[in-house]
Design a protein around this ligand. Structure first.
Ligand SMILES: Cc1ncc(COP(=O)(O)O)c(C=O)c1O
Length: 399
């Protein structure tokens, strides 16, 4: 008797109203459309950023970002070229070199900063505290008499630090934190962060064009007392004649910004402030994550990449396939399975950009930041089961 093929998995009947789940650029705030910028850019589009309206808008972005982040007076905030990368590079190139450095890297972005410090700045008093995808390095190993460079949230593995208790209050070195997918989503202890950076394109759903650099008093002191031995490109220069360039923290900018991106950043900030501010943003991320976590508990095929629940990112939620038939496949077959799943989800308009970061192990990644509506997450989850079952039924395997 001919074998009957396995039944096709039931296609869910409801799609997410918005299928955008990319981890950057992230989905715009609910209700956003290009007209949202009409009013905000009416006076600034096509005008100089040094015009009164341009200056005012840049100053508003600084003021509202500070308010939303609940940044203390002790810390300064500037808009920097080239997104989070620009802000991090400006910090690394301007501040490092006067003492040893501990770099924490557990996925691609921490690895990028490590490579930069080692191969570009060629600093040798360097300790790399690394871990595999899914884990964190041992935070007890960190030596705070040295400068410490780390991402708060490793976007590519969905592993974040479990709060800031591990950071010494009485440190001698600086803490330099890439907070790009943590800012506005996780509680950042400003008294323990001397430098923090982020980009607009993540939790706030802004444009990628610009980054934010936050400096605490100890970082300012370092800037004014330490002259790096290497040449500093103009876009990394934070001082003038050895003193902090104060104007950058009031709305001046190193080079010409996109005033459309600035208007869009303001739109996002206004939205977030009107919702109730930081606690509401954090709650939205937590609610999104909780939905996914609940689904994972009941799943017979999906698990978190992050092993320790205390380190699970509530923004870049990274999932792996735990089913034995999948684990028996070789890495290229595994990658083919997850690629096919994400292609099916795209095709069905059920979920876009759900593939794991290109340098990470095969899996899925769901952005669950504040601009994502929880109804869209709950509508997505049955589609993940459908895509998995469909690809499993198509893939030859012994089970
Ligand atoms: C942790 C982390 N650092 C740095 C970056 C680079 O950010 P950008 O491309 O905005 O410069 C990203 C982007 O995803 C990130 O997630």
């Amino acid at each position: 008797m001919a074998e009957t093929p396995p039944p096709s998995p039931q296609r869910p009947d409801r799609r997410p109203a918005d299928p955008r789940f990319s981890s950057g650029p992230c989905v715009k705030r609910p209700g956003w459309n290009p007209q949202a910028l009409d009013v905000l850019s009416a006076e600034t589009a096509g005008r100089s950023h040094r015009s009164p309206a341009g200056r005012e808008q840049l100053a508003q972005v600084i003021k509202k970002s500070r308010a939303l982040l609940e940044l203390p007076e002790s810390h300064l905030l500037a808009i920097i070229p080239a997104s989070d990368t620009g802000a991090m590079e400006a910090a690394l190139w301007s501040l490092l070199g006067s003492r040893g450095i501990d770099v924490l890297a557990w996925e691609t972005f921490g690895m990028d900063w490590l490579t930069d410090i080692r191969d570009q700045l060629k600093l040798t008093d360097l300790r790399a505290l690394t871990a595999e995808y899914g884990s964190l390095p041992d935070l007890e190993e960190v030596d705070f008499s040295r400068d410490v460079v780390f991402p708060w949230n490793g976007t590519a593995s969905g592993v974040c630090v479990p709060g800031g208790e591990w950071i010494a209050e009485d440190r001698q070195g600086l803490t330099i934190c890439d907070a790009t997918s943590a800012a506005f989503a996780m509680d950042l202890p400003w008294d323990r962060l001397d430098v923090a950076t982020y980009s607009w394109q993540k939790v706030m759903g802004g444009e990628a064009q610009h980054g934010i650099l936050i400096l605490g008093p100890r970082a300012v002191q370092r800037l004014e007392s330490h002259i790096p031995p290497w040449p500093l490109p103009k876009i990394f220069q934070l001082t003038v004649d050895g003193r902090l360039n104060q104007a950058l923290f009031a709305g001046d900018i190193i080079n010409t910004p996109s005033m459309l991106a600035v208007a869009d950043a303001l739109d996002g900030l206004d939205w977030a402030l009107s919702l109730g501010g930081l606690s509401t943003l954090m709650e939205r991320c937590r609610d999104n994550f909780d939905l996914i976590a609940q689904w994972v508990v009941n799943s017979d095929w999906a698990g978190f990449v992050a092993e320790d629940p205390a380190t699970r990112s509530i923004t870049s939620v990274c999932l792996k396939i735990t089913a034995p038939w999948f684990l028996d496949l070789d890495p290229s077959q595994q990658a083919a399975v997850t690629e096919r799943m994400t292609a099916l989800l795209e095709e069905e308009k059920a979920g876009y950009d759900l593939g794991a970061y290109r340098k990470s192990p095969p899996g899925l990644r769901i952005w669950a930041g504040a601009t994502v509506e929880k109804e869209n997450i709950s509508a997505l989850l049955p589609w993940l089961d459908w895509a998995y079952a469909t690809v499993k039924s198509e893939t030859p395997h012994p089970e």
